[in-house]
Design a protein around this ligand. Sequence first.
Ligand code: NOJ
Ligand code: NOJ
Length: 476
Amino acid sequence: MLKILGNFKKYAFCLILVGIVSMAASFWNSARASIRSNGADLQKSNGADLQKSPHASSVISGIKVIDINLQADQALFYLLQNLTSPDVRPGGVMASPSRTSPDYFSHWVRDAATTMNIFVTYLEKGSPSEKVVAFKLLSRWVDFERTLQRLNTMTGLGEPKYNLDGTAFNGPWGRPQTDGPGLRAGVMIRMAKILLARGDVSYVRNQLWCNDCVIVRDLEYLRQSWRVPTFDLWEEVQGDHFYSRMAHFRAFYDGAELAGIMGDVNYKNTLAWLSGLALDELKRHVDHSRNLVLPTINRVAGWDHKQSGLDVAVLLGILHSSHPGELFSVGNSVIHSGVQKLEDKFAASYPLNHSVKIARTAIGRYPEDVYDGNGFSGGNPWFIATNAYAEYYCSLGQVGAGKAFLERSAYHAGRDGRLSEQFNRFNGYMQGARDLTWSYASYLSAYIACTGKLPNLDAILKGKFKTVRIQTNHKK
Ligand code: NOJ
Ligand code: NOJ
């Protein structure tokens, strides 16, 4: 099977053929079942049971149909399933339902913020009813985070993850991870600006921007702690990380802007000054001789196995925290140089990129990675990394290239559109934590950048969306 796929022309032909059959076979599934748990009030009438998969339609055997639009609907569906699970306190963002091998059944502040950013986009650009749903989800998340901020923890707001019942996780872990408060503040500031623009001042004043409110607590924590050596987003190395620093920069910069809008002139000046300091630190990551932005400088503890200076974390830092036109943004040539070099590395080093030459390269975290999703048998391509390439190229206006990375992700998805954390570097099978929330969120974020379209949240909540059940062909 794998060999057949090596031949792209044959593949493309089959794809068209099966595409026609599958379109005919697909239908609008209007599952209406009772609604449970905290998903219930999202769609009071005609609501689907978000805990049940709607993918019970035709099975096309032989070859996998790549449909980036269908994949987007499926990603949103599974993402909502994780957010509304009866096992999670409302507002908590389950990273994955996997409780063992690996145990990802937690709320990571980072995963939650980057995920909820999708719903800020719905709040801004969705239909009127989508805006209502998005606000419900976002305000629950704000409430959940407010609870977390008041817990007694080992590193205050620097805790990377919490239990899904809203209690602290005090077991051994790489801590602090100071990107979390920066990302959280950044996403909530974006939310606040949208609410203010539509005249919703009271929610912002009462819940987001007051002395004891979520955003200000994060900014105050960062004001004290942004220079403290932190664990990186991969939770492996302690030091100064570009990804985390971008999150600090963004929080200070946007915080200053919001302070200005809210009339807090002194605070605005303080935050603007801090954003300047954070920018100076960011500049220290540029290695001019290699034309690279280094993911980590001043390592103090943790793993010491990265020599290449390449890591998709740099690109993720840009996507999660930059402003267009800023010094560090998608259009920056030193960013492009790293993106290119990292793709070249993975194109050469992952056997999968030789055996299955469809669309574009499957991308991993960094060349020296050994984490296989549960143990340490070797690094693999990750959905969030491959999706980051899609978002990067589409943000640059290179939509063809971007979509090719989306196709790569969709190709390795499960037959029902599910996404785990990784897919195997030899055979393309998924592995690592299943149904990983940020795999879905990163797919959606890239999809929106590439197509300008938002998957139909209304239809998905009503249990109506086009589904095709497909047989993957890359599975031997
Ligand atoms: C789990 C972390 O979340 C993952 O990123 C890391 O690579 C492994 N632990 C190894 O420390
Ligand atoms: C491991 C990743 O390295 C980390 O960044 C992430 O927050 C957790 N898994 C949860 O998805």
